[in-house]
Design a protein around this ligand. Structure first.
Ligand code: C2E
Ligand code: CA
Ligand code: CA
Length: 358
């Protein structure tokens, strides 16, 4: 920064910079770019090479705002724009952004209400053992039934739930619904296999996840081995120590642990081998062009082979065609999941589907 500029810390990881006497508003871009570049230099954090990224929002007086408060608020709104755009970037304030900030607030209000009113449902999608075509279990996928808008898919509310922390309460409701369904199937002697739940990094980071899981199992008198927990690579990278501890505890209880969307993050198989993980789920993006795309063929074969050598079971997700199924079976992949076998279904439909197969 120049000596006439001001750098201040607003709190937490938020900083405000004041650039005085800009010759032209776009000169702020030069500064923003310089900052982003200098932040990308890795630094040593207790022996680990680390880097941070920043999202920068820019608001210009008197063009955008007249008062300091307005200027700060608009820079903040623009910063959210930069975050939504994928982070590690800058954005100038635009009036439409205020509208979107308003919408985000509204969305949050509705989501809070949904949590209070228990407006969530769990749908189930079967997982198949490729060796003998038996049902290995299912993945539990949350849905929001909004009284006005109808059924809402997780892609539309999980990001907001994660940003607002509401994912913790939603996750608790999911665990309870799943355990209730499993209890019912067990009582009806329906063979349900292992049911996998998706767990967001924040659930593991912030809440007493293991306790929540244990008390739900206790409440419905279920053994831990009926459950599988799917986490993403990003969790393992972000807080390796804590997540290792939580996953090890879960494994110790008998819960199966698995890495979701494998191949989309930056972790290596060798690194994952050091972690308490049972299953790897190959991301759908590698499956969709099988068996024609030679690179995807190579990636899938390698994950299966190396994964097996390291002791993981391999699951393919997003299997839609017979050709994909045959290729995966031939490759030695253990389980598969996708529209070919069954779409996600409400609990009652899944129960009927299971009964139909038995
Ligand atoms: P995911 O864990 O990767 O789940 C698989 C998604 O792929 C599901 O989308 C499923 O419906 C879809 N899918 C399954 N088979 C096929 C197929 O053959 N072709 C195609 N094109 N798609 C297929 P869905 O249900 O919309 O869930 C989206 C994501 O939302 C999930 O991705 C997961 O990351 C997240 N999610 C779902 N339920 C929960 C939950 O209870 N908690 C948390 N934290 N996240 C959840
Ligand atoms: Ca999943
Ligand atoms: Ca997945």
């Amino acid at each position: 920064m120049r000596s006439e500029d001001t750098v201040s810390r607003l709190g937490g990881d938020e900083f405000a910079l004041i650039l005085n006497n800009l010759a032209h508003p776009t000169d702020a871009i030069i500064v923003a770019k310089k900052l982003l570049v200098s932040l990308q230099e890795p630094f040593d954090l207790k022996g680990t090479s680390t880097l941070v990224t920043a999202s920068i929002g820019i608001s210009v007086a008197p063009h955008d705002a007249e008062t300091p408060e307005q200027l700060l608020r608009q820079a903040d709104t623009a910063m959210y724009g930069a975050k939504e755009g994928g982070r590690n970037d800058y954005r100038f304030y635009q009036p439409e952004m205020t509208l979107r900030a308003q919408e985000r607030l509204n969305g949050e209000r509705f989501l809070r209400r949904a949590v209070l009113n228990h407006e969530f449902e769990v749908w189930y999608q079967p997982k198949i053992n490729l060796l003998d075509n038996t049902v290995a279990g299912a993945e539990a996928l949350v849905r929001w039934r909004d009284p006005l808008q109808g059924l809402i898919f997780p892609g539309e509310f999980i990001p907001l739930a994660e940003n607002t922390g509401l994912i913790i309460q939603i996750g608790e409701q999911v665990i309870e619904m799943v355990c209730r369904d499993i209890r019912r199937w067990a009582d009806l002697q329906i063979v349900h296999g292992v049911i996998a739940i998706n767990v967001a990094p924040l659930q593991i980071d912030r809440s007493d996840f293991v306790e929540t899981l244990k008390s739900a199992l206790r409440a419905f008198d279920l053994p831990a081995h009926v459950l599988e927990v799917e986490v993403t690579e990003s969790l393992m990278m972000a807080s390796p120590e804590h997540s290792r501890e939580v996953l090890a505890t879960l494994q110790g209880l008998g819960v199966t642990t698995s890495i979701d969307d494998f191949g989309t993050g930056y972790s290596s198989l060798a690194y994952l081998k050091l972690l308490p993980i049972d299953h790897l789920k190959i991301d759908r993006s590698f499956i969709s062009d099988l068996p024609n795309d030679s690179r995807d063929v190579a990636i899938t074969k390698t994950i299966v082979e190396l994964g097996h050598a390291l002791g993981f079971k391999i699951i393919a997700e997003g299997v839609e065609t017979e050709a994909q199924h045959s290729f995966l079976k031939q490759t030695g992949c253990d389980q598969a999941q996708g529209y070919l076998y069954g779409r996600p279904m409400p609990a009652a439909d899944y129960e009927a589907w299971l009964n139909g197969r038995q």
